[in-house]
Design a protein around this ligand. Structure first.
Ligand code: SAM
Length: 235
């Protein structure tokens, strides 16, 4: 059975899609998509030898070698321009995901949808979308085995405008759709982050003052305020 985390990614892969899963590791996601989402073709890309072999083994054991092409290579270099219309990248940091997109820009022309699951720093992806003409069209947040995950969906072409609204900065950090919903997992994540920042702030208050600690403290206060605007104290 696919994890709740990868199921949240799979949910956004359209029927009939030609999809590349980059950093596929065991290739669980493309195997699931081939069996359940009616995709027409998939590439499972991996940069590391061990995970690449594990992907090859699983795809062949599932009898899916006709549908899923397992390829060894860095980021989007494993796909041809026009080969896929949907890309999934899951289980890495947001900055790494954004750098994979940045380095493979010329491969994105025919791609309609990106489904990304950053373990940390979703803000890096929202910023990359904004800077590169991609519209954030959906977001999910979920908790599994004590960890909180976000899924971000982006589209290019005639997607409607992202509802960042008035507070773009808070939207970039916390996610405009997630802010509108404010579900329990969302509150748990950001109240937890706020606690961390407050703890670090107090540690810095006890440290020797320098331009560095001053700047760091201002940054923390600013982020704490962004979270408090979105999730005001309950009492
Ligand atoms: N996507 C799977 C998931 O979400 O369960 C696997 C996540 S695993 C933690 C991250 C994988 O990404 C590793 O197998 C790693 O080798 C691969 N990876 C990291 N950087 C990559 C890159 N630039 N190109 C392709 N694969 C990469």
């Amino acid at each position: 059975k696919l994890s709740a985390r990868l199921s949240a990614v799979a949910k956004y892969v359209p029927n009939g899609a030609k999809v590349a899963d980059i950093g596929s590791d065991h290739a669980y996601l493309p195997c699931y998509l081939a069996k359940n989402n009616g995709i027409s073709f998939a590439v499972a890309g991996e940069v590391a030898q061990g995970p690449f072999q594990s992907a090859e083994r699983n795809v062949s054991a599932e009898g899916l070698s006709e549908l899923i092409s397992v390829r060894l290579g860095d980021g989007l270099e494993v796909i041809q321009p026009d080969e896929v219309d949907c890309i999934t990248i899951a289980g890495m940091g947001g900055a790494l995901i954004a750098s994979i997109l940045e380095n493979g820009k010329e491969k994105l022309r025919a791609v309609k949808r990106l489904i990304l699951q950053p373990n940390i720093s979703a803000i890096s992806i929202r910023k990359w979308f904004l800077d590169n003409g991609w519209v954030l069209t959906a977001e999910e947040i979920l908790e599994e085995d004590g960890k909180i995950y976000e899924v971000l969906v982006g589209e290019q072409g005639d997607a409607p405008m992202t509802p960042y609204g008035q507070n773009v900065e808070a939207g970039l950090l916390l996610g405009p759709y997630l802010i509108m919903k404010k579900n329990l997992v969302f509150k748990k994540k950001w109240l937890g982050e706020k606690n961390n920042w407050q703890r670090i702030y107090h540690q810095l208050e006890n440290a020797a003052e320098s331009p560095d600690t001053l700047e760091k403290k201002q940054e923390l206060i600013h982020k704490i305020q962004l979270v408090e605007e979105v999730i005001p104290d309950e009492n």
